[in-house]
Design a binder for this molecule. Structure first.
Ligand SMILES: Nc1ncnc2c1ncn2[C@@H]1O[C@H](COP(=O)(O)OP(=O)(O)OP(=O)(O)O)[C@@H](O)[C@H]1O
Length: 334
């Protein structure tokens, strides 16, 4: 496999939440709008954007965790498996996903993952159960053998296995969940805000661990965060999401050096640069209500460069250079 190969390719994903209790009240929260992207071999792809832009929904769809009220209306997700086959995971049922794909090929670290551990079970029993869910029987003694290296890598002592979640700090619980996600050596890890609820030192440890792990295994990571500092530290490529769409995509260094979309520029201006004593401004306004988004470009009400056409028509996806895309009328040749 070369660096040009994709491990996961999403094509025209379109989905969201069906909400409302009666037929008359049914509404659609259009959280993911026509999203296409490639996750390449040995890459860390960041998904950035403010809260409510659809990042977590995209993560769930990419993993195949599409449960009501979430629906996927259109699109395909092609996985290049470790056996060299290409499988559209949107066509697989839950049982197939659990047995063949989840953990072995793709792992998912959900938002607030430090709270997903069963409070009534010791970590060792949670691990045994999780293995069982994926069709693998292991004994209590085997657990220690399985996790020793990974625990070492994340800096957890093996006696954590005998603890209940409440006996561990938030950072330790988070590291346990990350270890769980890595136990079957998946080629892809989707991490949704893996460090929001921990202090800055733990945050740096967890991010460094993810990066080192990725580098040693040549796996691929999708990292979701609203924090541009996390993306600056982690990403090799970055997709900027706004109101359910990807508005800019490119190699991380290119996007950070020369952001194109007005929204990306605003996100970047929230980054604190060393030595910069100026006051950082937040982005004025807030993302739109995805039940009833504005016409045309969804960013136009907040955009200082909005033109007439931006209010009326959705902007096209423009390829500025190889693998560098922006969805904005400012760059369209008309
Ligand atoms: N279970 C749900 N039912 C209905 N609407 C939902 C549900 N989960 C999310 N949404 C809505 O979908 C939209 C996208 O939310 P999503 O969580 O994907 O955004 P996000 O960018 O990940 O933000 P955050 O970081 O705050 O989670 C929002 O309008 C949100 O209110």
């Amino acid at each position: 496999m070369t660096s040009q190969d994709f491990v996961l390719r999403a094509v025209n994903l379109d989905g969201g939440y069906v909400i409302g209790s009666s037929e008359k009240e049914l509404r659609f929260v259009h959280a993911v709008r026509n999203v296409s992207l490639n996750l390449n071999y040995n890459e860390i792809l960041g998904i950035a954007g403010e809260s409510g832009c659809g990042k977590s929904t995209l993560a769930k769809i990419l993993y195949g965790a599409v449960d009501p009220p979430l629906v996927l209306r259109r699109g395909s997700i092609y996985l290049h498996t470790s056996e060299g086959r290409i499988v559209d995971i949107t066509k697989l049922d839950k049982e197939d996903l659990a047995k063949r794909i989840w953990w072995r090929e793709i792992s998912y670290i959900p938002q607030n993952s430090m709270n997903v551990l069963n409070p009534m079970k010791r970590i060792r029993d949670t691990i045994i159960e999780t293995f069982k869910f994926h069709g693998i029987e292991i004994s209590k003694d085997e657990v220690t053998k399985y996790v020793r290296d990974l625990f070492d890598f994340v800096g957890l002592p093996t006696d954590v296995l005998n603890a209940y979640p409440h006996q561990l700090s938030g950072g330790m619980r988070q590291r346990v969940v990350i270890t769980l996600a890595m136990m079957l050596n998946p080629r892809i890890i989707i991490a949704d805000e893996p460090t929001t609820a921990v202090d800055v030192v733990t945050q740096l440890n967890i991010l460094t661990f993810l990066r080192e792990y990725q580098n040693s295994k040549k796996s691929s990571i999708v990292i979701i965060s609203h924090d541009m500092g996390v993306h600056a530290y982690m990403d090799t490529a970055i997709a900027i999401m706004y109101a359910g769409s990807i508005v800019e995509y490119g190699k991380s260094e290119e996007v950070f050096q020369e952001p194109l979309h007005p929204y990306t520029k605003m996100l970047m201006s929230s980054l604190i640069v060393r030595g910069d004593k100026g006051l950082k401004r937040g982005i004025p306004g807030s993302p739109p209500d995805l039940r009833n988004p504005p016409s045309g470009c969804k960013f136009h009400p907040r955009c200082p460069f909005a033109m007439d056409i931006c209010r009326k028509e959705e902007p096209p996806i423009i390829e500025i250079s190889k693998n560098r895309f922006v969805t904005c009328w400012l760059y369209a040749k008309r």
